[in-house]
Design a protein around this ligand. Structure first.
Ligand SMILES: Nc1ncnc2c1ncn2[C@@H]1O[C@H](COP(=O)(O)OP(=O)(O)OP(=O)(O)O)[C@@H](O)[C@H]1O
Length: 237
């Protein structure tokens, strides 16, 4: 089984421990969602898996290869990218320049340009605005740009930090549909979401974190069957 595995991850900022020994597994071609209250450490966990924050303890592995504490560009070369909260587009750079930033770990620049052209063909809203500064794109277009930028390195797994945040309902649907399409290509998704109502139907597996610890792991149906979990963590779904 092709999988991204994080085992017993401990990390934080300064001396403040935020993630307290969390283990998650995401399978290729599946959507794995992490839910949990604000500030419980979801983004911090993703950053540690992506190599953007040091692991204080624990291990991260992609298809059995240890990623723990590799620099980000080596994590990317091993097939894992992070789409950060808010998309992380560079507002003053054009759409094409942003896409090139997604290919910075690819040594063969002609290959990178070919991949960018292929991606632009798949995202018509970006094709029309390829020479426009990313900061003047709509929220939905910026979301598409962030997703396309994550794909330039042809990752096997993508970490998505709240991809639907700040989007209109129509764009939430389009973004989640795009994400589902990626799994059909075999890409594994590990996604943090606040938008439980929209994310739950597309998830294959769910984790719930609270106060830096894992409180639940199971299928969406397991969550629905657990009245206590539904009441405490999934209010209103
Ligand atoms: N760069 C940082 N330096 C210090 N503390 C931070 C930093 N980033 C986040 N924190 C703190 O770490 C804790 C967990 O934050 P994190 O962003 O991981 O939570 P989250 O579960 O993703 O929350 P949200 O859903 O609100 O994004 C919070 O108390 C936050 O204030």
């Amino acid at each position: 089984m092709s999988a991204l595995v994080a085992e017993n991850v401990v990390t934080g900022y300064g001396k403040q421990e935020i993630v307290r020994g969390v283990s998650v597994t995401a399978e290729a071609g599946k959507i794995t969602c992490i839910f949990g209250p604000n500030g419980c450490g979801k983004s911090t966990l993703l950053k540690a898996i992506a190599g953007a924050l040091p692991l204080w303890n624990g291990t991260t592995l992609l298809d059995g290869i240890t990623l723990s504490n590799l620099p980000v560009h080596q994590v990317v070369r091993n097939g894992l990218v992070l789409m950060p909260q808010g998309g992380g587009v560079f507002p003053r750079l054009t759409v094409t320049e942003n896409l090139r930033m997604g290919g910075y770990a690819i040594p063969d620049k002609r290959l990178m340009e070919r991949r960018i052209e292929a991606l632009i063909d798949q995202y018509p809203s970006l094709a029309r605005r390829r020479h426009t500064a990313a900061g003047s794109l709509s929220g939905g277009e910026q979301a598409m740009l962030s997703l396309a930028r994550a794909l330039v390195s042809e990752p096997r797994f993508i970490l998505l930090d709240e991809p639907s945040a700040g989007l209109s309902p129509a764009m939430v649907n389009e973004t989640l549909e795009r994400i589902t399409t990626l799994t059909a290509q075999g890409i594994g998704i590990l996604m943090v979401e606040q938008n439980i109502r929209e994310a739950m139907p597309i998830a294959d597996k769910l984790y719930i974190l609270a106060a830096g610890e894992k409180r639940f792991e199971g299928s969406p149906q397991d969550v629905r069957d657990d009245r206590q979990i539904m009441d405490i963590y999934m209010g209103g779904v």
